[in-house]
Design a protein around this ligand. Structure first.
Ligand code: SAM
Length: 252
């Protein structure tokens, strides 16, 4: 397994590209022509490294790219045939656009929400050749938008594919506990993980869910139920398949 060597200032190189880790809460450094900024610290990098050692996705879709460092990292680690991403910010990241322009099958969409079903559908079909094997969601981290993206994209994921959701546990960190903390009025993203566990129990859609404190990975079942079972999402939600003995649960 390739092990990335991370310097004391969070700098590292991979596949001929330079990166620097910047996880400060604001005023993060912009990517430059020779170094991409990435908002993932070492534990995240180790999980992706480990995943890449045994998994070769044909196509990757990333949600939320900020300065593009994670896009380039995923590209270098997994070496997919095709890769695309959406980012809600309208501000193009020039170093990333130059990186993409020099390669085949690489795309990015600024001013695009992770909930935009029409664009996500076009991306999977036209840019990713309907071979979506890996989704990495590091976008809004809100329950509603993360769920909306999953409801649409998980049925499009190929059997055996992986869907990663980062930073699911934010609502349980000490700094989010006060009434005036960021996202204090929003539902916790961990609600979605509980619902996905219920979906796993209720259907044959999900083979495994691996949970770390800072991200989790949902592996789609290998067997060929394809889009027919997952496709119940059409017109409804994939979560309509949860069997809960008719009981309601409440969100925190
Ligand atoms: C934590 S940053 C991403 C960091 C990047 N993945 C990395 O590791 O370097 C989250 C990004 O998601 C974007 N974002 C927030 N809400 C979004 C949404 N609804 N759809 C798409 N992108 C969104 C933000 O603008 C921000 O750039």
């Amino acid at each position: 397994m390739h092990r990335i060597a991370i310097g004391p200032g969070g700098e590292f190189s991979l596949g001929g590209e330079n990166f620097v880790i910047d996880v400060s809460p604001k005023d993060r450094r912009p990517s430059t022509s020779d170094t991409f900024t990435i908002v993932k610290n070492e534990p995240y990098l180790r999980v992706y490294e480990q995943l890449a050692a045994g998994f070769s996705p044909r196509s990757i879709l990333e949600l939320g790219i900020f300065q593009g460092g994670s896009y380039v990292l995923l590209d270098k680690l997994f070496k997919p045939r095709r890769m695309s991403a959406v980012e809600i910010s309208p501000q193009p990241v020039e170093p990333l656009l130059r990186y993409i322009a020099a390669m085949e099958g690489r795309f990015v969409h600024f001013s695009t929400s992770q909930c935009d079903r029409e664009i996500l559908g076009q991306i999977v079909r036209d840019e990713l050749a309907d071979e979506l094997d890996l989704v990495v969601d590091d976008a809004s981290h809100t329950y509603e938008q993360t769920k909306a993206a999953f409801e649409f994209l998980f049925p499009l994921l190929r059997p055996g594919g992986a869907y990663v959701i980062e930073d699911w546990s934010w609502a349980h960190a000490p700094r989010y506990q006060s009434p005036d903390a960021p996202l204090a009025k929003r539902r916790a993203l961990s609600n979605l993980l509980f619902e996905q566990i219920m979906l796993m129990g209720s259907t044959s859609l999900i083979a495994e869910i691996r949970v770390w404190k800072f991200l989790y990975l949902i592996r789609k079942t290998e067997t060929a139920f394809g889009r027919s079972e997952a496709g119940k999402a059409e017109g409804g939600s994939i979560f309509d398949q949860i069997l809960s003995r008719g009981r309601e649960w409440s969100l925190i």
